[in-house]
Design a protein around this ligand. Sequence first.
Ligand code: NDP
Length: 444
Amino acid sequence: MKYVEKVLETLKAQNPNEPEFHQAATEILSSLQVVIEKHPEYEKAGLLERFVEPERVVMFRVPWVDDQGNVQVNKGYRVQFNSAIGPYKGGLRFHPSVNLSIIKFLGLEQILKNSLTGLPIGGGKGGSNFDPKGKSDREIMAFCQSFMTELQRHIGQDTDVPAGDIGVGGREIGFLFGQYKRIRDEHVGVLTGRGLTYGGSLVRTEATGYGLVYITAEAMKQRNDSFEGKTVVISGSGNVAIYACQKAQSLGAKVVAMYDSNGYVYDPEGIKLDVVRDIKEVKRGRIKEYAERVPGAVYTEGCKGIWSLPCDVALPCATQNEIDEASAELLVKNGVKYVAEGANMPSTLKAIEVFQNAGVVFLPAKAANAGGVATSALEMAQSSQRLFWTFEEVDKKLNDIMVNIYHNIDKAAKKYGMEGNYVAGANIAGFEKVAEAMMAHGIV
Ligand code: NDP
């Protein structure tokens, strides 16, 4: 049996009931076979066995009191996966679906994504099964304070620097930072995505969505194509989706649909982003209200139907496994040319196969959504220097990083005879650097 297959089999046997972790590991390791063949020393050094085993997993209790005076208890997680090339870095997700399997899949992906940015950051991820939806600000604060009371002993500006993810935006980062500072008595860059008044970086809020569009634009440019006049479908209506929409529109695209976890809106005239932002960011309401406010727009209950809308570009920006094989087939049938993943692992393995077989330009999450963490690393750099860069400076660095990532994954795919296979290109380009660093460190 080949080394990669052996490692995958052991991983599945030793980590049962972790389907998302198996899925991510399968996707990554399958494309590393070609690298492993060139480096027999990796097997001797147990490199892959160490690569798929987190350096540390912290699981903890998060007790808090709700507005009715009831005691609530949630689960907290931090997976410190790999620190070979820098301190652990990766977001915190607050969503009822969060479990160890999801945090481990996200952490494993994060190692390679962070490596692709070219910046010195290792991989980690964390979160809780806490659901911020419908909670008062006081309840959110109580939860965040309790969560950080435990987390603070495991993180630090040179050890592990968490950020936001699903359910963790500016408000939550503020409460988490406040509690860290209170307990540790240090005003340092221990979290990224901070507000601009207390160490945050310009462009961090926009970074993932903007970066997604920058890398897609570069893939288009290489094909003498552009966003101008393209019809775009974006899933989600959160942080990543909103700024992907804004940047795509500014490059001349028409975004016709977006969704939240209840259903999707279709606006043939093009989504009015100010209305979406008012509903989602200001009122924290449901996307359904869009159709009540914008004449001609139609709301459909349920999410999946969004992929039946004809489009040139699909940008899944909500959550894992939102595009299955059937949805991918529909997109291809309706002429999609580019699919770039804003969310983490939004396409199933079968869906990816459909896109690749149909010759769709498919940009996987670890490359396409790396703009968020890259800008987080730029926030860390500014914190260390105790300086702030302008919006234009950070935006330019972000654009350069995304353009670089595109060319690196393109080159890596070509180097191993898989031209246009950016899944393989991203896994290989990300892995090579981490593997080299791990080999240099000895058996640790
Ligand atoms: P937000 O919480 O801001 O938005 C998430 C959006 O996705 C919301 O519209 C939400 O709908 C929708 N959504 C969440 N779960 C589901 C579901 N099960 N089915 C349908 N819709 C769902 O999160 P972000 O925009 O920050 O993150 C979105 C994705 O991007 C995630 O996969 C995240 O890991 C990834 N990502 C984010 C980065 C960042 O910088 N924020 C960086 C890199 C990746 P509702 O409002 O109904 O909950």
